[in-house]
Design a protein around this ligand. Structure first.
Ligand SMILES: NC(=O)c1ccc[n+]([C@@H]2O[C@H](COP(=O)([O-])OP(=O)(O)OC[C@H]3O[C@@H](n4cnc5c(N)ncnc54)[C@H](O)[C@@H]3O)[C@@H](O)[C@H]2O)c1
Ligand SMILES: [Zn+2]
Length: 371
């Protein structure tokens, strides 16, 4: 089974990226050592599709009789909050979960972030296993140890670094994901190709159709590659001192677009698609990037499919949001721009005139690149 070993300050752990991996979850969890109980935390929607299969798999791997319990909670972004952490941890107390309990997070990024934070804080930390069920969760949120919840004042403001002991990323579970959610995750995959891996980029150019069909073999290859990249970046910069900024490619403008439309118009990956297109044009305009490569990047982003339009959003409206971004420094927006396929630079300040002009040209240039 394709397995990647990840090293973090909280210890090393394996990420299994294999079709059929879910069915072997029991053996994987058993290998982590003795436990007094396995608590699967998930959402009703994810549970309906994959809960039964995971329960059967966990039942098979037990060496001796260990209770396996499921607890479900709302995984909407609106419920990613401290009240849900309280609800989950109180349920764990009532169920008798002790320090030797194993918590399994079955779901997308919301489930992973919420359950990860609950596992980090419950009894000051219990064993955590991620079973990511969205593409975003498989290639991004389950790797790197960031967990947390939102406050009314902003997203992900309370949390902890808490790496899991095992990640089981089975491409099969992506089959039930709504198509728009799935495509949104593919933009993050494209991001990895641009920031770090020309071979991945070329694979995506050749096999986008197979990926859009969710072909298990193509997905296995791609997720393994993305996990390696994220693991490598995070291992070299666990707490976001420098290199980890490259993961933010496309996210500067993307976050601003999400905020400007109150998180209603774009899925995260779709906003990042616009952000990557803009960053590519900035790279070209500042002489960092050759035109042929800029064109390939724009075409690859476009090949994932349509994204909601930018209609009605003005650059001036984005300016204060960009300046207030967590990653801005004293009001200066620091951009991540491509130099060539597989290589980006971070911390770049751009004149506002270039940003606003490029933003105005973005829809027509993106459309032209596809023809
Ligand atoms: N910790 C990190 O490093 C990190 C990184 C990226 C994103 N995030 C967080 O992740 C969250 C977004 O996660 P996401 O994009 O995975 O979306 P999500 O968790 O919101 O899931 C999207 C929808 O798909 C459903 N779903 C999940 N898996 C399914 C499946 N296999 N079949 C059918 N439906 C399924 C969910 O119930 C939900 O309705 C955000 O809160 C974001 O802040 C965290
Ligand atoms: Zn992202």
């Amino acid at each position: 089974m394709p397995t990647i070993r990840i090293h973090s300050s909280g210890g090393a752990y394996n990420v299994q990226c294999a079709s059929g991996g879910l069915a072997q979850a029991g053996a994987g969890v058993a290998r982590l050592g003795e436990t007094t109980g396995i608590y699967v935390l998930s959402s009703p929607r994810v549970w309906e599709h994959w809960g039964g299969q995971l329960l059967r798999a966990l039942g098979k791997g037990k060496r001796k009789r260990v209770p396996v319990r499921a607890m479900l909670f709302d995984d909407s972004e609106a419920a990613k909050d401290l009240a849900t952490i309280e609800q989950i941890t109180r349920q764990l107390v009532l169920a008798g979960a002790d320090r030797k309990a194993t918590i399994v997070a079955l779901g997308g990024g919301v489930v992973g972030d919420v359950v990860g934070f609950a596992a980090a804080s419950y009894l000051r930390g219990v064993r955590l296993v991620h079973v990511p069920t969205t593409l975003v969760a498989q290639v991004d949120s389950s790797i790197g140890g960031k967990t947390g919840v939102n406050l009314p004042e902003g997203k992900n403001l309370v949390g902890a670094f808490y790496p899991p002991k095992l990640v089981i990323a089975d491409p099969k579970v992506l089959l039930t994901l709504p198509h728009r959610e799935y495509r949104s995750g593919l933009y993050e995959v494209v991001k990895y190709g641009i920031i770090a891996d020309p071979q991945l980029f070329a694979f995506l150019e050749r096999h986008m159709l197979a990926l859009l069909r969710r072909d298990a073999k193509a997905l296995e290859w791609v997720t393994t590659r993305c996990v390696r990249i994220k693991a490598d970046v995070v291992a070299r910069d666990e707490r976001e001192g420098g290199l980890r900024h490259i993961l933010n490619f496309g996210h500067t403008l993307g976050h601003a677009l999400e905020a400007a439309t109150r998180y209603r118009r774009f899925l995260h990956g779709e906003a990042i698609a616009w952000g990557m297109l803009a960053a590519t044009l900035f790279g070209l305009a500042t002489g960092r990037l050759r035109e042929g490569e800029a064109m390939r990047m724009m075409r690859l982003v476009g090949s994932v499919g349509p994204v909601p339009s930018l209609a009605g959003i003005r650059a001036a409206q984005l300016r204060p949001i960009l300046a207030g971004d967590k990653k801005a420094r004293g009001g200066r927006v620091l951009w991540v721009l491509p130099r060539r396929l597989g290589k980006v630079e971070w911390g770049i300040d751009l004149p506002w005139t270039l940003v606003s002009r490029t933003f105005a040209e973005l829809p027509s240039l993106a459309a032209t690149a596809q023809t």
